[in-house]
Design a protein around this ligand. Structure first.
Ligand SMILES: Cc1cc2nc3c(=O)[nH]c(=O)nc-3n(C[C@H](O)[C@H](O)[C@H](O)COP(=O)(O)O)c2cc1C
Length: 403
């Protein structure tokens, strides 16, 4: 998915101070701008409660087991927080999971591979939640046939979940970590090693889904990954269609965040101010060689910190493998959460749009994964975030259910 830089990427610290001063002077003569600044004074960067309500004891109030499953499933990691899922409950005892065609990412994810990974994560959390209520789940993938490799039609039925009998499953220890899992996008501690037990758990999880996982650690090897992830991000940033796809999904300030509850939520008071006064325009594509691009790239630095890189690949790049990657990835992330560790996908180099061909080939070569027989599905930096960060928004369950 497009990894939009942190909001501050657009304005560096010194410039922030100058800007604030300059805006204040302009404000002195401009009532409208003064009002905008005044209304932001002392405001918080915390997400509006309505947007993150879904994380509070998910599904506890749901007597219906399918809704309980979905209330947990919708907390799944997913590309650009598009939440590309529809759950059809019209058949008793089953959930039909459909891909929401309004929520695809055609530029950065032209084949819908990342969207399917998000759907896989969703269905795995549904299975874990069902087990919490003692029910096993039979998962039938693509009941209408798998979509072609290079297009994901709107409304594709990704899976049918059929509930087993009472007492057919034991609770899964990862259930407790579902509302604790967050993709932390701050700097990580580069000096701290991961516990061996976690690396072993990640490998076992990948194998359980028929996949391979690898962990890259050590300065020399990590430096090669850093180089390619940076280059890939720069390509995504300077390619107008991919930058703009992200820019259109930016939600700035509590009203927009609470209204959409998806995409890239920016609630930093300073960003809100510079956006309100028109200094920050996300629709301006950073041009190669420009100071805008330099600032954006400078802010990539925290994404180069961490204890290592975790990758996930299959034996092929089939649609079922992509869903399996989502199931495995969310379990790996929950395992990290349980161990107090963090994961942050950096997907640019894995993307299939033509401008990304160079980094795509380079990252596969570096990790010795043959894209012809089983492409990389996930690449994430892993480690320990140096700052806490809270949940990202989620839409209401009702908005994704057909009943
Ligand atoms: C397939 C996939 C690709 C992703 N790629 C990126 C990425 O390139 N950069 C990034 O910052 N986050 C990436 N993410 C993380 C999402 O942004 C994150 O899951 C989403 O915003 C929801 O936040 P949460 O995981 O904290 O619930 C990816 C997630 C998935 C499932």
């Amino acid at each position: 998915m497009p990894s939009f830089p942190p909001p501050q990427a657009f304005i560096d610290t010194q410039e922030r101070a100058t800007l604030a001063r300059r805006q204040f002077i302009r404000l002195a003569g401009g009532g409208a701008i003064l009002a905008a600044a005044g209304s932001l004074a002392g405001c918080s960067s915390a997400m509006p409660e309505a947007a993150v309500q879904a994380w509070r004891d998910p599904g506890a109030a749901q007597a219906d087991v399918r809704r309980f499953m979905l209330a947990n499933a919708l907390l799944a990691p997913n590309p650009h927080n598009r939440q590309p899922w529809i759950a059809d409950l019209r058949e008793a005892g089953k959930i039909h999971l459909l891909c929401d065609g309004e929520r695809l990412l055609p530029e950065t994810d032209p084949f819908g591979r990342q969207i399917l990974i998000g759907c896989g994560a969703f269905l795995e959390l549904a299975v874990i939640a069902a087990a919490q209520r003692g029910l096993s789940v039979q998962v039938d993938l693509f009941p209408d046939g798998a979509p072609a490799a290079n297009a994901l039609p709107a409304g594709t039925r990704v899976a049918t979940l059929t509930l087993g009998a009472a007492g057919s499953a034991q609770p899964d220890a990862l259930f407790a970590h579902i509302p604790r899992r967050h993709t932390r996008k701050t700097a990580y501690d580069s000096q701290r090693a991961l516990p061996d037990t976690l690396a072993a758990a990640w490998t076992a999880t990948a194998q359980a889904f028929g996949l391979r996982a690898g962990l890259v650690t050590g300065e020399a090897a990590m430096a090669t990954i850093r180089k390619v992830t940076r280059e890939a991000f720069e390509i995504e940033t300077t390619t107008a269609k991919t930058w703009l796809e992200s820019a259109r999904l930016i939600r700035i300030g509590p009203n927009a965040i609470a209204k959409h509850r998806d995409g890239i939520s920016l609630n930093d008071p300073f960003v809100r101010l510079v956006h309100t006064v028109g200094v920050f325009d996300p629709m301006k594509v950073p041009a190669p060689g420009s100071s805008d691009l330099k600032r954006v790239m400078d802010r990539w630095a925290p994404f180069e910190t961490g204890s290592g890189y975790l990758w996930l690949a299959g034996a092929d790049n089939a649609r079922a493998t992509q869903v399996a990657a989502g199931r495995a990835y969310v379990r790996q992330h929950l395992q990290a959460t349980a161990a107090g560790a963090d994961m942050h996908p950096l997907s640019q180099a894995l993307q299939e749009f033509p401008e990304m061909r160079g980094p795509y080939a380079a990252v596969h070569k570096l990790l010795r994964v043959d894209p012809g027989s089983g492409a990389l599905q996930m690449l994430a930096r892993v480690g320990f975030a140096t700052k806490p960060s809270g949940p990202t928004p989620r839409r209401d369950l009702a908005s994704m259910v057909r009943a």
